[in-house]
Design a protein around this ligand. Structure first.
Ligand code: TYD
Ligand code: MG
Length: 454
């Protein structure tokens, strides 16, 4: 047999797309001069075997013959974290935690691991901070430090060798961008190093049933460095988000092979580390005392629970030929579409107005149930008429001006009642038959009806 050739690939260092030939511009992310040659190591990662764990043989098995009994989830004792993971850590899974520097990734993992180490073996590998720095932080946060094992190392091969000796159930790699494999010549953090290091660690996780957490830093535009190269390998990808001027952090699932995606966990960064926020609606609702036009509370659905958030709109006479459409936390195209609906079906022309829309608290809303609240806020600002403080709204707006129902209407209304709201404008089909105690609910089926109710 002919000897296997070393494979050469051309990889975009920004997005990780792979090409068989060099080209000047990446067809995926449109970056110029980002494609570099990438020589796969002669001995590929796929050939590495990890001994000592009673090595798993891959034989064909029937689906119902596979033993599921030994797959209990490990709960982190942090409810918000468990929720995002889909109910706890799955042994042998690989979880990528992304976020901006200073978001609190190291803090979250150190807190989790220190507590979990009292019950099972855990190893925290730090490639960025010294052992003293990690120990100091753990001490300051008054975490139980007697059981957690620490290692300061950046070579993936030595990490796996050490882990094989200590057989931890949980392994944290902080961070994947500083890790390197000896076989690969490029610098740590480059696409090839990140990709092969992650592949090596993934293989380790699967063969030894160790749950591996990898910390990943995000690039300026907020995506994980080399996201495409990691996406298919890992089981869960979660993002810790939050701006440095706010102490709230949200943990969001982006991909999860073991649970619902788009779950949201909310934390607050305190002097004593990250504290989970059990009632997130309350924090996004701290509104100004004064009644202001353009502000309304909506109920969005985050994973498996409702969340009350305030939406604000500002409509102002445009100074230039091109009126601005700016959204924070919402999709801009959606806003343009809804403004067109408003024009066609409610006769409100905003073509000469700048429209700014903001979701308070830095929440990102990806759901169409925000449509109705958004339009009501826009109209309120345009007419300079404040909406009642105890009003909530949700519902999807269709292109012909119809108001469409959204899932889980009853739960959304109940969440609103819990927080003291007394009036609701919702799609007709979402009005519960028996009503909701303590709430006056108006069901509508057309946009014009909503404006009439106001
Ligand atoms: P860190 O976990 O180091 O962030 P990452 O690993 O994601 O880069 O968090 C660092 C930030 O958190 C830092 O800016 C200070 C803040 N912080 C607190 O406010 N309180 C604390 O108890 C800790 C440990 C950090
Ligand atoms: Mg860190």
């Amino acid at each position: 047999m002919a000897k296997a050739k070393t494979k050469t690939a051309y990889v975009c260092s920004d997005c990780g797309s792979e090409y068989s030939k060099w080209q000047g511009q990446c067809a995926d992310c449109n970056g110029w001069n980002t494609i570099t040659e990438f020589r796969l190591p002669a001995a590929t990662v796929a050939q590495v075997e990890f001994e000592g764990y009673g090595g798993k043989r891959s034989a064909v098995q029937k689906l119902d013959e596979i033993n599921l009994a030994d797959l209990p989830r490990i709960t982190t004792d942090i409810e918000e974290f468990d929720r995002v993971l889909g109910g706890g850590i799955v042994p042998g899974s690989v979880v990528l935690i992304g976020g901006h520097p200073g978001a609190g990734k190291s803090t979250l993992l150190l807190q989790t691991l220190c507590h979990l180490a009292t019950k099972l073996d855990a190893l925290y590998v730090t490639g960025e901070e010294s052992l003293q720095q990690v120990a100091l932080r753990a001490k300051r946060l008054q975490l139980p430090t007697d059981r957690l094992k620490l290692l300061s190392e950046t070579s993936v091969e030595s990490i796996c060798t050490t882990a094989q000796q200590h057989k931890p159930k949980l392994l944290v790699i902080d961070s994947i961008q500083v890790m390197h494999l000896a076989d690969i010549s490029s610098a740590p953090g480059s696409v090839s190093q990140v990709r092969e290091s992650a592949a090596y660690l993934t293989r380790f996780a699967k063969q030894t049933d160790t749950a591996v957490f990898m910390v990943g830093h995000v690039t300026k535009d907020g995506s994980l460095a080399g996201p495409k190269v990691l996406e298919h390998m890992i089981d869960c990808s979660i993002m810790l988000e939050g701006t440095s001027d706010s102490r709230f952090r949200t943990l969001r699932g982006i991909k999860n092979r073991f649970g619902a995606v788009n779950e949201l966990g909310v934390f607050a960064m305190m002097e004593m580390g990250l504290r989970e926020v059990k009632n997130p609606s309350a924090i996004f609702l701290s509104r100004a005392e004064e009644l202001a036009a353009g502000s309304l509370v909506m109920v969005v659905w985050e994973g498996t629970r409702p969340l009350l958030v305030e939406i604000q709109a500002l409509v102002d006479q445009s100074q230039f030929g091109h009126p601005k459409r700016v959204t924070l936390g919402l999709d801009q195209n959606r806003l343009s579409m809804l403004l067109a609906v408003l024009h066609r079906h409610a006769g409100l022309h905003l073509g000469d107005q700048d429209v700014f829309v903001n979701v308070v608290g830095g929440v990102k809303v990806l759901e169409t149930s925000a449509d109705l609240a958004l339009l009501l806020a826009v109209v309120s600002s345009f007419k300079d008429r404040p909406l009642p403080r105890d009003l909530i709204a949700f519902g999807e707006v269709g292109l012909s001006g119809e108001i469409r129902p959204v899932p889980s209407g009853q739960e959304r209304l109940q969440e609103a009642v819990k927080h003291g709201f007394k009036r609701a404008i919702v799609p007709k089909a979402n009005v519960p038959k028996n009503g909701v105690k303590g709430m006056e609910i108006v069901g509508i089926s057309k946009l014009s009806e909503a404006l009439a109710v106001l």
